[in-house]
Every structure is written in C-alpha cells, then in structure tokens.
Write a protein that binds this ligand. Structure first.
Ligand code: C2E
Ligand code: MG
Ligand code: MG
Length: 621
C-alpha cells in the first residue's frame, strides 16, 4: 500500500465511524458503549461535519475542539471561513473547494485557533448522502511537525548542494557547478545568438609562493585573489575556482571582442597590485586564456580546452597577460606536450649530452675556460639546441634532473681530463632559476667535487639576470641572494649570463659580488656597425672594471668584432671565431695550455662542421 492508499484507508475508517455514529445515534442506550461514537470522540484526527448546502457546522469531535480551543457550542455558531484559511487563496475560493471536496486530494490549509494562532493542517473531505440531508465530513490532521521536518530536510539538502557545488576555501562555485551551469549558458547563448567568453585564469608562480611561504599563506592569497576577480566582473558573470590556482570566468552575452579584452585586461591589472597577506604585500600575477562561443567551440569541453591552451600561450608570452585562442595555439601546445614526453624519455635513455665551448683570453688567444652546453641527441635527427626544450624543461620541473645530470657529467669529464694529464681549466655550467630555488646546489656540488676529486673553485655557474635579480626564494625560505652567497663560500664563481638582455639592478651587482658578466651576443653582433651597441658594451666594460668584475663577450664571429673588443678593453670572449661547441671527446685540444692557432682552428671547424651546433637539424615534433 502506498502513502495515499494508507491515508485514504485511515480517512475511510474515520469517516465510516463518524457516519455510523450519526446514523446509529439512539440505537444504543446511554450505558452501552457505541463503537462509532467512541471512534468519533477518540480519533486522534479532528473530525468536522458540515451541512453541504449551507456550509453550517453540524458537529466537531473533541480532538478538533481541543486543537481549535473552542467548545462544541461555540463552534456550532461559527462560520466555516472562521475555522480554515488558505494562505494562497481568498475566502470565496476556499469555500468553493470545501463545498466540493475530492477525497483523494487533501487540502493544505491553516486552521485558525480561537487564540488567533494558525496551525498547518491537511484536510480530506467527503460528501455523504444521508437520507435527510447531504453532509460534508472533514478529517483534519496536524502536519505542522511534518512541515517543520520537511523544511529542515530541505534546508539540509540545500546546504549539501551548496557544499557540493562550492569551493570551501574561497566560497566560489566549483567545477561541479560549472559542469552543471555552463551547458545551460551555452544553450541560452545559442538561442539568443549571443557571444559568450570563457576565461581560463592561472596564477603565475603560485606554486612557488605556496612552497616558500607555506600553505596557510597560499590559502589566504587564494581567498584574496578570488575576491578580487569576483569584484572585477559583473554580477551576472560566473567566477569559478577550478582547483589549485586555477579559476574560470564565464562572461555571458558580451557585445563584442573589445568588451572581452577590456575585462581580461582589467583582471590582469587588478591582480598585479600587491595583495596584503598577514600585513605583508604579496605580488601575484595571472595568465589568462580566452575562448569565445561560438567562434572557438560549440560545447563546454571545447571552450574549456581552448581557453586552457590560450592560457599556456599567455604563460609562454611572459605571464601576466591574456591571449585569445587561435587554432595555431592548439598545434603549438601539442608540440609542447610532445616535447615534454620525449624529453622525459630522452633523460631516461641517456640521449642528453653535454658539449663544450672554449672561453678565450682575447689578448693571448689561450683557452681560460669551457662552457658546458646541453644537447639533445634525437635519434636519426641530430642534435636539438637547448632553446627548443629548456623552457619546457623549466615549466615541467624536468630541469631539476636534467641540471643534476649536466653537473654530474661536467665533474666526471673534468676528472677524466685531469686524469689524462690535460691542463685543467674552469668549466662554466648554466643554471636555471628553478634549479637554484628547488635544489640544494651547494650540497650537490660538495658531493660531486668530493666524488671526483675536483675543487669546487674549478666550477663557474652562469645565472641569467632574471634568475638572479628576481625576488625568488628557495623551498627553505632562502633568498636567491643567500643561495648564491653560499655557493661563493664554496669557492664557486658566479657569472651573469646574457647580460644586458634582461632587467638588471646595478646595485645588486655590487652587493652580490659576481665574478663575471657575459655580454649578450645581441650587443656583440653589430658592435662594428652600430654605434649604440658599441656605447653599451663600452659602458658595461668600464662599469665592470670599477666593480672588479671580469667581462666575457658572447658570440664573437668575426675578426673585426674581436679587434673592437680588444680595443675597448674586453678581456674575455667566446664565439664561433674561436670554436664552436664540441662533444667531450674533441675537447682535449683546448686543454693544452697553449695559445690557440685560430687559422688552424677555423680550418678544423670547416672539416668538423657536421659535429657542431652550426649544422643542427631541428627535430620536427
Ligand atoms: P648561453 O649560456 O648564452 O650559451 C651561449 C649560446 O650561444 C650557446 O647556444 C652557444 O652555442 C651559442 N654561441 C656561442 N658562440 C656563438 C657565436 O659565435 N654565434 C652564435 N650565433 N651563437 C653562439 P646553445 O648551446 O644553443 O645554448 C643556448 C642557451 O641554452 C644557453 O645560452 C643557455 O642559456 C641554455 N643552456 C645551455 N645549456 C644549458 C644547461 O645545461 N642548463 C641550462 N639551464 N641552460 C642551458
Ligand atoms: Mg651560458
Ligand atoms: Mg649567454
């Protein structure tokens, strides 16, 4: 039996008792217990009889009288509309419903008690055809407790729903909400031919803040960022936290692309301002990728994937900017992912190699050092230069094991050259900022130096300006500056690589006591023909001399460049004019301690051409 049937059976029982009690009045003596009358009087539900034609109240059982607070005499004088009210209807409509009751459909009404209070009741009525007259019989059940429980359950359900669709930390809707909401929004946009924009936001270097400042600070930053994004967009736009440091903003019905550009630019700007966390300003920026409906995708999956792709493009373009999706980006991302996968394999299969390029004393033509340069030997394709894969290695963290491999190789090669009786020269190793911050370089160097019997002072580390001057911090909270001074304490020397290309603070140069500045080859290239390049290089050399820093000119390819550099007092240099980077087994000739005969060297380079970087075949991934 279902609920309705049970209820009907109960009503039927109550009604039949009530009817019988009317019919049989008088058939039982006062002393005999009339079961029908007893049923009427002891029913836990209220029972009310009303004349069908006039709606005059004929009788009410004690339960009903008790809940209403009236005596029998009082209720008999009352109008039916004084006993029941329907919150949704006017009095007339209610009386119409009561006059023509459907026993299968209970009415949800309020019962008006004598003291004015209202009681939620469920009423079932039935028309009874008695011989003398037509009577309406109503049973009433107090459902206020049930209603209360139902309301509480509903509230609980809504709370659970909210929890399931919202992010606990920021209070923003989460990915489940987006999955439920975005398809509807797309459908609405389709029906109204509107443009919609999906913005994929990823905080720049958030992981670093989390690692160095702790998760608690990271959480506070995320909360503040969430609020900033929310307050930057319109109320009708949806802001979702996808997880971690990723957010989605859905801009509904935008007028044109300019509006999207303007909003994305505003978010970039809003997040660039420092966020105060625990009284300290934290700087975080955001990279944003944008896909547009219907131009970049017809469904949620496509729009999200394409905005994600565009976001990666924004990261590639130096972060803290936004990019609109274009189909070319998809291809680039696939290439990038392919590089990542093959690079992992390359590391395992030992396809990564280290070449060396001599660093020369420009006056004596002696080799005073070697720079180690990473190469990826792609089977059947030759060597792939680092610029094709270093960025991917840095982004994926693969630079850490790769950097360890390079250091281990360099120490092993130095030990081999030393063992073979060659004249040792210091070797320069390129170190990326990620390596400086994520690994314990001093410990690694001490271990390798001990293992191979090489003094750490034979090592020179090349760091780029951004790696050095950016306010980075290592996992242990150590600043880049502290990390570098610990390395210097070991006797390791430091060079600033590609100097002039990035942003440098000259005061840092003084404070950090770097040993070498390597002038970026873009300044050396046109040194002979471009007066401003000559002025810049001359100024760097003069400044370095005052700070007791040695200068290395990169990318010397011609005699005239060499002559000019000698004239303006540049002591050291490297470039194809002297030697191209070569594999380890061709290095011995640079380790004699004798001046290099450049004419012989150049003839050799022509014949060795295939083994040097000049003849690279770029892998088409
Ligand atoms: P870098 O440290 O500035 O290295 C100098 C680059 O200039 C090398 O490119 C070298 O082959 C090239 N080069 C040298 N002389 C000349 C010349 O006369 N003309 C021209 N056009 N180029 C010349 P390579 O080997 O392709 O390396 C590129 C960059 O990749 C390096 O620039 C360095 O920043 C990075 N890199 C190389 N090896 C490693 C490594 O082991 N770890 C890290 N983190 N980065 C590395
Ligand atoms: Mg370098
Ligand atoms: Mg360089």
């Amino acid at each position: 039996m279902n609920q309705v049937e049970t209820a009907l059976a109960a009503v039927a029982a109550a009604l039949s008792i009530a009817i019988a009690s009317i019919r049989k009045i008088g058939r039982f003596s006062q002393t005999t217990v009339d079961p029908c009358r007893a049923g009427f009087e002891q029913s836990p539900n209220g029972i009310l009889f009303v004349a069908a034609d006039t709606l005059r109240i004929l009788d009410a059982n004690p339960t009903l009288l008790r809940t209403l607070g009236y005596t029998r005499e009082e209720i008999l004088r009352l109008d039916l509309s004084r006993v029941f009210t329907d919150p949704g209807e006017n009095g007339e409509a209610l009386l119409r419903k009561l006059r023509d009751p459907n026993p299968r459909l209970p009415l949800q009404l309020n019962q008006i008690c004598k003291n004015g209070s209202l009681l939620n009741v469920e009423i079932r009525g039935q028309r009874l055809d008695l011989t003398s007259q037509q009577v309406l019989a109503f049973t009433t059940a107090d459902v206020s407790v049930r209603r209360k429980v139902e309301a509480q359950l509903l509230e609980k359900q809504q709370h659970l729903d909210h929890l399931a669709h919202h992010d606990q930390l920021t209070g923003l809707p989460n990915r489940h909400f987006l999955a439920a909401h975005l398809p509807t929004a797309i459908e609405e946009a389709r029906q109204t031919s509107a443009i919609m924009a999906v913005l994929f936001l990823d905080l720049d270097r958030f992981k670093h803040i989390n690692d160095t400042r702790g998760h608690e600070t990271g959480d506070k930053l995320l909360k503040a960022v969430a609020q900033r994004i929310r307050s930057t967009v319109r109320t009708e736009d949806v802001v979702v936290r996808m997880g971690g440091d990723e957010f989605i903003v859905v801009l509904k019905s935008v007028r044109n692309f300019e509006q999207v550009n303007e909003t994305a630019g505003r978010i970039n700007e809003a997040l660039s301002a420092p966020v105060p966390v625990d009284g300290r300003p934290l700087v975080t920026t955001v990279s944003i990728g944008v896909s547009l409906y219907p131009r970049d995708g017809a469904n949620m999956g496509e729009l999200l994937r394409h905005s994600d792709t565009a976001m990666y493009q924004a990261k590639d373009r130096g972060r803290n900017n936004f990019q609109l999706f274009s189909p070319g980006m998809d291809r680039k991302l696939k290439e990038r992912m392919a590089i990542e996968t093959s690079l992992r394999n390359a590391l395992q299969r030992k396809q990564l190699d280290v070449f060396y390029q001599p660093i020369m004393d420009l006056h004596s033509n002696r080799v005073v050092g070697l720079e180690s340069l990473l190469r990826w030997k792609v089977p059947g394709q030759g060597y792939l230069p680092p610029e094709k894969f270093i960025a991917v290695a840095e982004d994926t963290g693969l630079i850490v094991p790769i950097g360890d491999m390079v250091l281990a190789r360099v120490f092993a090669d130095m030990a081999r050259w030393q063992g073979a009786g060659h004249t040792p020269v210091p070797v320069a190793v390129n170190i990326s900022a990620v390596q400086l911050q994520r690994t314990n370089l001093p410990a690694t160097l001490v271990k390798l130096a001990r293992e191979h019997g090489i003094r750490p002072s034979m090592l020179l580390l090349e760091l780029t300006e951004s790696a050095v001057f950016e306010r980075g911090e290592s996992r242990s909270g150590e600043s880049n500056e502290d990390a570098v001074s610990r390395l210097r304490e070991l006797g390791v020397r430091i060079a600033i690589d590609d100097f002039g290309k990035g942003y440098s603070s000259l005061s840092y140069l003084k404070r950090w006591r770097v040993d070498f500045l390597k002038i970026d080859r873009s300044f050396v290239r046109d040194l002979v023909t471009d007066a401003s390049d000559l002025a810049i290089v001359s100024a760097i050399i003069a400044m370095a001399r005052h700070l007791n820093i040695k200068v290395v000119a990169e990318g010397i390819e011609g005699w005239q460049q060499l002559e000019k550099l000698r004239q303006i007092g540049c002591g050291l240099g490297q470039g194809y004019l002297f030697a191209k980077p070569v594999p380890e087994d061709q290095c011995q000739r640079y380790l004699t301690g004798e001046p290099l005969d450049l004419t012989v060297e150049q003839e050799r380079q022509v014949s060795d051409f295939g083994a040097t970087t000049g003849n690279l075949k770029v892998a088409s991934t």
